[in-house]
Design a protein. Structure first.
Length: 190
């Protein structure tokens, strides 16, 4: 379980064995069953979450009850409701496991202690935030500028195996189309 998160961290910073031990001691493991929630809208969001195994969708629900998927997090990805996490406000996003999922949580308190004890983690979390912001910006631009057909082609290219793990209704919600339209796109591209 810890080798995966340590490999993720090692992409950006180098830790000593003592720093690795300190970091992993702060992590809280959780098994989330299929369709179980890592976080539900309205709850306090006490954790930054790393997906060890499984798949989590991050989504918002509009006033009509329609779900809008912002992201999927699979092995090696981080997920959270950043506003709720950093400001201590109720979550506006929900994080739901789409298959049996193993995650590691890091609380804000532990994150801050980690950055004080091991200052190089400031760099790691800055890079993590930058990457997340860039991903979100590209996603918004795609929704604004690209056709559904191009968004679907990009999704297939960027996540070649995710369509085998995630229900079509979730992919449609991510792409901003109806499941029926997604079915038509799939038939057209097969």
């Amino acid at each position: 379980m810890y080798p995966d998160i340590l490999a993720n961290v090692a992409r950006h910073i180098t830790l000593t064995p003592d720093e690795e031990a300190y970091f992993t001691a702060l992590l809280v493991p959780q098994h989330v069953p299929r369709y179980g929630f890592v976080l539900q809208a309205g709850q306090r969001a006490p954790y930054l979450t790393f997906v060890v195994q499984g798949c989590v969708r991050t989504y918002a629900t509009d006033a009509r009850g329609k779900e809008h998927i912002l992201a999927f997090a699979t092995e090696g990805w981080w997920c959270m409701d950043s506003t709720a996490f950093f400001h201590g406000t109720p979550a506006t996003l929900s994080l739901q496991a789409l298959e049996p999922t193993q995650v590691l949580h890091l609380s804000l308190e532990h994150m801050e202690a980690l950055c004080q004890q091991v200052p190089k983690f400031e760099r790691f979390f800055r890079i993590l935030s930058q990457n997340g912001f860039q991903h979100l910006q590209r996603r918004i631009e795609a929704l604004l500028k690209l056709t559904a057909e191009v968004r679907f082609a990009r999704f297939q290219h960027q996540h070649p195996r995710l369509h085998q793990r995630v229900a079509q209704k979730h992919i449609a919600a991510y792409l901003g189309v109806t499941p029926e339209f997604l079915s038509m796109l799939r038939k057209k591209n097969s």
